[in-house]
Ligand binder design. Sequence first.
Ligand SMILES: [Zn+2]
Length: 442
Amino acid sequence: MPLFQPDLEAMPRAQLTALQEERLSALLARLEANTLSPFWSGRLRGHGSAAGSFRRLEDLARFPFTRKTDLRDSYPFGMFAIAMRDVVRLHASSGTRGRPTIVGYSANDIAVFADVNARALAAAGATPDDVIHNAYGYGLFTGGLGFHYGIERLGATSVPVSGGNTPLQLQLMRDLGARGLCATPSFTMLLAERAQEAGVLGDLRLGYACLGAEPWSDELRAKIEDAFDGIDACDVYGLSEVIGPGVATECREQKDGLHVAEDHFYPEIIDPESGEPLPEGSQGELVLTTLTKEAFPVLRYRTGDVTALKSEACPCGRTGRRLARISGRVDDMLVIRGVNVFPSEIEAVVMAQPMLAGQYVIVVDRRGTMPRLEVHAELAGPAGEGAGADLIAALKADLAQRLRISCAVTVGAPGYLQRTEQGKARRVFDRVDARDPLPEPS
Ligand SMILES: [Zn+2]
């Protein structure tokens, strides 16, 4: 499949930079002059950062950040930059605590949302001839509708199945001949396991998958691609505060970092402590500015996601810089005895062990003065040779090498850990008293 919008996705860098500068300048002027949202006019006028002083991309670093707390404080519509009569849709973020954050879209925003998701699908290998099974949740969450409109924009056929009911999902994938799958990586792994158990894996025609909404690892990718007989599993990145899925996407040619749709979203990497921009290639917090959003623009939004930007040429021809796979969240980073640990690093170790299934849970035991880490995993098949003490010792050694701290390891029989049929899998639990924090397997 060629690029969905080659003129935009493969735009020469110099031309792209000029377009970004022009769009940033227009955005800043529009926000400063905005009379509908006191948030934006106040934010820009109050910081000695008048829009007129913006000339070059480097100037952006002088402008203030937008934070998740700004969205919460301006609930529900305080940051909307157009009149409500021009807003055609609302979504809400999947915030874990407190009130949700509400985001809005103009008709043009929805068109951009459809375009960037069509780009992501095409980058994974989708064509207009395909039936695409969309198992992302439909509703306030942006995943379902974002991909739905992307599938239709591409001209393919959408199966809007949403989450849950795995047996029905497998039946539909088989009977309707799905070539593409849109889902979370954890749910995709569950589909693979259930298809294997039901003996229907060989009946599926799956060729590619657009997987996102959770951090995942190359090791899990290898497991998924292998389980579905050599499909292309590509990572998709997005967040509702910026637009939803489609902000950045992997191409099947490289699968090494996600091309940012830089004509719509401008990325920066900053030091999460100091807020200073970091040189290219450094790992830090991803900050995004929307270049074309009308209803709900964000300026230098602190995503909380930890990654790095790389600009080496890609064989696919796309010129958008690539985000390294997200290592985790600035606020999900576990600090265990002074060492920073991302759940994704534990996932990578678990996935690399062929005797284990693609499920794992991390428990932070907080009962003592110093927190201790427990990793719970599960055997891929019936316990056999080497499944006992040797496997646990090997896992402990691999974890200690990767994380630089020691962990307790438990390996259960198949079915030991609960599966998530809807939404994002919860991987981290705290142990604070004698009760077992792990949820019961379903
Ligand atoms: Zn590429």
